[in-house]
Design a protein around this ligand. Structure first.
Ligand code: PMP
Length: 433
């Protein structure tokens, strides 16, 4: 067989997928895999949903694609209204895109154009956390705090400030107000040294996703960041590409904390793996200011097409109809209990943290000192390979900034039932033995 012309990343040859149903996938040899990470935290409704297919086919038969500057479409308007209602009207405007990177990129560009329109062009830099991941396009990469991805583009993408976020595993408990105070003070010092008048916005995930292994922020920290943004006159952009659309048990993760952003990016779960759909939501006055000064200079060809929006709408309607957020809470509780008992059993499981059906497991060489495994041991890759052998997909990462070590995410579809949650934990336990 000649080598495939496809290239994504280095690594072993991959099995060929055959088909999928619910939380399971099969490869062409007949091996079955439990999708413990929803692909890349995208297939939130599991695979093979006939209700989503029916909605997509109905729209396909009417019209699949129109360009957003030529026609309005009923699914686009309905999905925009639905998204606004999920924020309880706190964010009133919606701009559609096709991916998470595009959603973040759109928020960055809208924020910059807002300040240009307000005659504050000196605001030209963003503040974000290290470690963090906000996307692969150059703007989104510019606010990403992840050295291996940043390094080749350091001369092209520069100017953003990277500040440390709270790390309750290494520096205190979730209740440890002192840690939050010191992180916020350090952040203030860095921003004051750079010049608060140069800042466009703070960009962060309300619950850390893949880059931190579901590291939790807390209400006090997010309130502190909101207060800093208000004091310095800059905006708060929340990246809910991964956490949005129910993943943490609320429609948007910020709703757990009562801190409202000015702009929000979401994607992955919105199309739920059935079609690429993302959205940037914004405060109406920000959009009005930009629109009054010549419009938003940004857009992508496939953004907001009728088929994409009909898919997003069908996903949210299915979630509402089936009260999926209740299932997230119930299954999240079981998953947490199971992961904590694995932590009690295996000394190299340093931390288990998360919210809803977004769980991170951090692996350490020494649980007492919380020392990460040496990079060359490739623990995150090994545990992922062992899990795959056991028929379980998990989502691994190693954070290389000296802040955290190996971790993996357990993020099954939001539709998973109790029996499959138990099966997921059993397969994970076998992989860890
Ligand atoms: N932001 C976050 C928090 C993400 O997790 C991701 C994807 N992993 C992105 C942005 C980029 O999304 P996409 O891959 O759809 O461009």
């Amino acid at each position: 067989m000649s080598p495939s012309p496809l290239f994504y990343q280095a690594g072993p040859a991959l099995p060929e997928v055959s088909h999928a149903q619910g939380v399971y996938l099969w490869d062409d040899s007949g091996k079955q895999y439990l999708d413990g990470c929803s692909g890349a935290i995208a297939c939130n409704l599991g695979h093979g949903r006939s209700d989503i297919r029916d909605a997509m086919l109905a729209q396909f038969d009417r019209v699949a694609f129109t360009y957003r500057t030529q026609f309005e479409s009923a699914p686009a308007v309905a999905l925009a209204e639905t998204l606004v209602s999920l924020t309880h009207g706190q964010l009133e405007k919606v701009f559609f895109v096709s991916s998470g990177s595009e959603a973040v990129e759109s928020a960055l560009k809208l924020a910059r154009q807002y300040f240009v329109a307000r005659d504050e062009p000196q605001r030209r830099r963003f503040v974000s956390l290290r470690p963090s991941y906000h996307g692969s396009t150059l703007g989104a990469l510019g606010v990403t705090g992840y050295e291996p991805l940043e390094a080749p583009f350091a001369d092209i993408v520069h100017g953003s400030l990277k500040v440390p976020g709270p790390d309750f595993y290494r520096h205190g408990d979730v209740d440890d107000a002192c840690h939050v105070v010191s992180v916020l003070e350090e952040t203030r010092t860095i921003i004051e040294a750079a010049g608060p008048e140069t800042i466009i916005a703070f960009v962060l995930e309300p619950v850390g996703g893949a880059s931190t292994g579901a590291r939790l922020l807390d209400r006090q920290y997010l309130e502190g960041i909101r207060a800093l943004c208000d004091e310095f006159g800059c905006l708060l952009i929340l990246d809910e590409v991964l956490t949005g659309i129910g993943r943490t048990g609320a429609w948007f993760a910020y709703q757990h904390y009562g801190v409202t952003p000015d702009l929000l990016a979401t994607a992955k779960g919105l199309g739920a793996g059935y079609y690429p759909v993302g959205a940037m939501l914004a405060r109406a006055d920000i959009v009005d200011t930009v629109m009054a000064s010549g419009g938003f200079q940004h857009g992508h060809t496939y953004a907001g097409n009728p088929l994409a929006c009909a898919t997003g709408l069908a996903v949210i309607e299915a979630m509402q109809r089936e009260r999926m957020l209740d299932n997230v809470a119930a299954r999240g509780h079981e998953l947490k209990k199971g992961l904590l008992s694995l932590k009690a059993r295996f000394p190299w499981v340093g931390d288990v943290r998360g919210l809803g059906l977004l769980w991170g497991v951090e692996l350490v060489a020494d649980a007492m000192t919380k020392t990460p495994f040496p990079a060359e041991q490739n623990r995150f890759a090994r545990i992922t390979a062992l899990a795959k052998e056991e028929g379980l997909l998990i989502y691994p990462r190693r954070t290389l900034n000296g802040v955290a070590g190996d971790h993996f995410l357990v993020t099954p579809p939001l539709t998973i039932d109790a029996a499959d949650t138990a099966e997921l934990l059993a397969r994970l336990e076998r992989a860890m033995c």
